[in-house]
Design a protein around this ligand. Structure first.
Ligand code: ZN
Length: 160
């Protein structure tokens, strides 16, 4: 088990565009493993993107607690979106903050798995939301940029 340090909002790394992975090396496999350790260790995380651990590569993982379990995405591309859903989001890199964000209700995404095989996945609801959130990280976009009412709330105020 290897935890990586989280990059926190305010760090310019979170605003950079990540580069594609051109070869799935042992370093990329280690990155995926460490990202999972870090996401699960933090408990509340249902997704994490490589820039959040300081690596500007197009890699993210999600586990929203559904039948898919952990899903790893390398060089992801969201190829279809439809519908809309609006709900609160949070982020391990933006601790203590939440806001309402509009996302597609349904998406289709393609990516490579850790074996370098291309796969396609259709997702709805929370899984679609989570994939869109993580994909934004690869383009330097944070959920707080997309608040539907322009307001950012402290989670303590919302949960109480
Ligand atoms: Zn995030």
């Amino acid at each position: 088990m290897a935890l990586r340090n989280l990059v926190i909002e305010g760090d310019p790394l979170l605003r950079k565009t990540s580069r594609p992975v051109d070869e799935i090396t042992p370093r990329i496999i280690k990155l995926l493993d460490d990202m999972a350790d870090t996401m699960y260790f933090e408990g509340r995380g249902i997704g994490i993107a490589a820039p959040q651990v300081g690596v500007l590569r197009r890699v993210f993982i999600v586990d929203v607690g559904d039948e898919h379990g952990l899903i790893e995405f390398i060089n992801p591309e969201i190829i279809e979106t439809s519908g809309s859903q609006t709900d609160n989001e949070g982020c391990l890199s933006v601790p203590g903050k939440t806001c309402e964000v509009e996302r597609p209700q349904h998406i289709k995404v393609k990516a490579l798995n850790r074996n370098g095989e291309e796969f396609e996945l259709e997702a709805d609801d929370l899984l679609a939301r989570c994939i869109c959130h993580e994909n934004d990280h690869l383009n330097g976009i944070l959920f707080i940029d997309k608040s539907v009412d322009g307001k950012i709330y402290n989670t303590a105020d919302v949960e109480d």
